[in-house]
Structures are given as C-alpha cells and as structure tokens.
Design a protein around this ligand. Sequence first.
Ligand code: FES
Length: 203
Amino acid sequence: MGITATLPTALTGISDWADTELSDEGVRRVGLVHAELNSVALLLYAASLRARRRDRRLSGTLLALAGATVLGFSGYLGGHMSYVRGVGVNQTAFDPGPPQWTAVLDSTELGDGQLHGTDAEDAPVLLVRHNGGLYAIHNRCSHRGCLLSEGELEGAVITCPCHGSQFDVRDGTLVRGPATTGQPLLDVRETNGHIEVRTATRG
Ligand code: FES
C-alpha cells in the first residue's frame, strides 16, 4: 500500500517544492534531500516486497526496517520544511491585523476600481474600491505569500501575481487555486478623510 501511494504523494510534494522559489535556496535543497531519501526508501520497500515474494522473509524484514529508518529521517526533514520554514502553510494565519481601528490611507488616494497595498501594524492589507464599496482583505496570498496588491484586479476578483490564485475582494473567498483557503477579511471604514481597518469582528 505504501508503494502504491508513492505516485500521488510524490506529485503533491513536487507541486509544493516547485512553488518554493520565493523562499531561500536552503529550503529547496532540503526539499531535494527529502525527495531523494523518499526515493531510497521506495527502493528499499520494493526490494523488501520482492524478497518476501521469494520467501526470503528475513531479508524482506531487514529491508523494510531500513526503509522505515530512511523514511523516518525523510519525514523529519518534511516536518522541518513545514513547521520551521513555513512551506505549504497558510501564509495569513499568524498576523490577523490590528484589533483596534487603524488609519492606513487618505480616502482621496483610492479611487473606484483601484487597489492599494498597505500595512496595519504587522498585517499587510489590500484595500479595494469597487462599485462604490470599500473592501479590505489580507494582502499576503495564503498560498505562498506573494502580495496581492501586485496582482491584477478585474471587477471584484484579484489575481495573485505568482501562481494565479484568485480571490473575491468583497469577502476574501477563494475563486480559483492553487491556494486552498480564502483571504481573511478585515473590517474597513472611512472616518475624517481616512480609511481605517481592523481585524474582522463579524463571522
Ligand atoms: S503565492 Fe501562489 S497563488 Fe499566490
């Protein structure tokens, strides 16, 4: 079963690895070592299966143990990439935005059909005026962290400049992947000639 699962597992890994070009080279090297170790483990398990079919049970068991050892180390590297280097995690998860209203732009600087990228405390925010409405969503793409403000706005849909994920700026919902989650929405208002945002209080 493990050998059968290799192909889809490798395909998802290659997809993740291919999208790490924005990270440093160290991440890509760790990814390559991870893939090579997985390949070695696959060969060991295939050899184990072959040995068992020929009734060489001891060889089969030892080969499987060697495969599990290699796979364990490879899994450690995979965890390192996700949990330490942040590959494949939701890039918007850790900076939800300011809890209080925070002025981020003069109202006059954002016309209808325009977008603007700014920061509210540590959170990057995308402001958009569309059909008279004013909207604010997280500016860092949930997929691999590119800034949506550098993408293209068409109607109410923003397209990420890196891999083409699309989001509805009115509520942050995901329109098209490869991102798997939408963008967090922020509350937004205009007061005394300023656009202000805060972490969304509505569901
Ligand atoms: S960073 Fe990949 S689609 Fe936005």
